[in-house]
Design a protein around this ligand. Structure first.
Ligand code: PLP
Length: 402
């Protein structure tokens, strides 16, 4: 049985901030004590640079690092651990693909994204468009807040080389039909990149079931540390990609005339990585796995439904649609109160929400709003947090009515 109270007790932030109602996990999740301890322990007992030292300490650090890769492999159900590349986060992962796979594209080739994308899955493709002359095509949202799959299919064509879509919208919570999207994209010969930032913390991800070619997510949203993230890419593709950043650890041999490179994943991991971060990430993923990622999904799905229903009952609150399935995120507006003012007032009630464009300005334009208020859930939230949110909104409304 999933017991939120005992899960919440695993997160010291709540002990240290009594009364905190944290509804901004979509931006970054809080950390369980096991993650904090594992990272402190690593520094205290096993820390050295990896892959270089012949001494025992460095070998122990390297073992932790490579074991973390295997943990991520299991978490995503990847076939090989060498398909896992450690990066700084989802943003760096997408930039890596844009600067490696992207460089193989030609003028007029198309990258198809959606109106839901985070800036991290828009701007790297704009850079590529400006550098190489590719076309950036955008599949629209339908009127319910889901992806317009018919338009999406119509926009796929022989020039589509890559489809890059979010798995769950960070601004609305809409869950994308990534399996269907992948099938449609593969049908026209395009590769598929899925931005799993909001999905990996909330639902089981099986990249073999999805059938995609690239999957990316950030450690700090999966209850791990910031500064570490994951790019998964199908081995056959990764092996063919040229390196991106050059430096230590990614080379076989360097002369002033010529350099040869390691295979994947080392070829894509130039320089000293966030060594201890990989350990924190692995412990965080193990923590989620121990609870059960399907249990987490069920809990968050129920809580999201509950929150949507309760918000819809409050007069003057407009919940933005999220299509057929919403997970973990509620985006809303309150009549007559700017989201930033609302966020500030809610903070006085110790309710932490996000107010703004959520790094999805084109989506805000499409919705015709400059910003929204966003409550996003994590495994430590329950219905009492929704009730605190509602009470705080009502209190803000009464302030503005005066
Ligand atoms: N994609 C989505 C859907 C996100 O929610 C975020 C972060 O909010 C990102 C990408 C960027 O992640 P990061 O800042 O960890 O690289």
């Amino acid at each position: 049985m999933f017991d939120v109270t005992s899960v919440k007790a695993d997160f010291p932030i709540f002990r240290n901030n009594p009364g905190l109602v944290f509804l901004d996990t979509g931006a970054s999740a809080q950390k369980p004590q096991v993650v904090i301890d594992a990272m402190a322990d690593f520094y205290a007992r096993d820390y050295a640079n990896i892959h270089r030292g012949v001494y025992g300490l460095s070998q122990r650090a390297t073992t932790h690092f490579e074991e973390a890769r295997e943990t991520v492999q299991r978490f995503l159900n990847a076939r090989h651990s060498r398909e896992i590349v450690f990066v700084r986060g989802a943003t760096e992962a997408i930039n890596l693909i844009a600067n490696t796979f992207g460089n193989t594209l030609k003028v007029g080739d198309e990258v198809l994204i959606t109106e839901f994308e985070h800036h991290a899955n828009i701007v790297p493709w704009q850079f590529l468009r400006d550098r190489i002359g590719i076309k950036l095509v955008v599949a629209p949202m339908d009127d319910t807040g889901g992806l317009d799959l018919i338009r999406f299919q119509e926009l796929l064509g022989p020039r589509t080389r890559l489809v890059a879509v979010t798995h769950v919208s960070n601004a609305l919570g809409s869950v994308m039909p990534v399996e269907a999207i992948t099938k449609m994209a593969h049908h026209v010969g395009a590769l598929v990149l899925i931005d799993g930032c909001q999905a990996a913390p909330r639902m089981p991800v099986d990249i073999q079931d999805i059938g995609c070619d690239f999957y990316v997510f950030s450690g700090h949203k999966t209850y791990g540390p910031s500064g570490i993230g994951v790019l998964w890419a199908r081995a056959e593709i990764l092996d063919e990609l040229p390196p991106w950043q050059g430096g230590g650890d990614m080379i076989l041999e360097v002369t002033f005339d010529h350099t040869t490179f390691q295979g994947a994943p080392a070829r894509f991991e130039a320089g000293t990585p966030h060594i201890v971060g990989t350990r924190g990430l692995a412990v965080a993923l193990d923590y989620m796995t121990k609870i059960g990622v399907d249990v987490i999904r069920d809990h968050e799905e129920k809580l999201t439904e509950y929150g949507a229903r309760r918000l819809a009952e409050v007069r003057g609150v407009r919940l933005l649609g999220a299509g057929q399935r919403r997970l973990g995120v509620l985006s809303f507006e309150v009549d007559g109160i700017h989201p930033h003012d609302l966020g500030t007032i809610l903070d006085q009630h110790q309710v932490a929400i996000r107010a703004g464009h959520h790094c999805a300005q084109p989506l805000m334009d499409r919705l015709g709003v400059p910003a929204t208020a966003r409550a996003s859930f994590g495994i430590y939230n329950d219905e009492s947090d929704v009730e605190s949110l509602i009470d705080a909104i009502k209190s803000a409304q009464s302030l503005f009515r005066r």
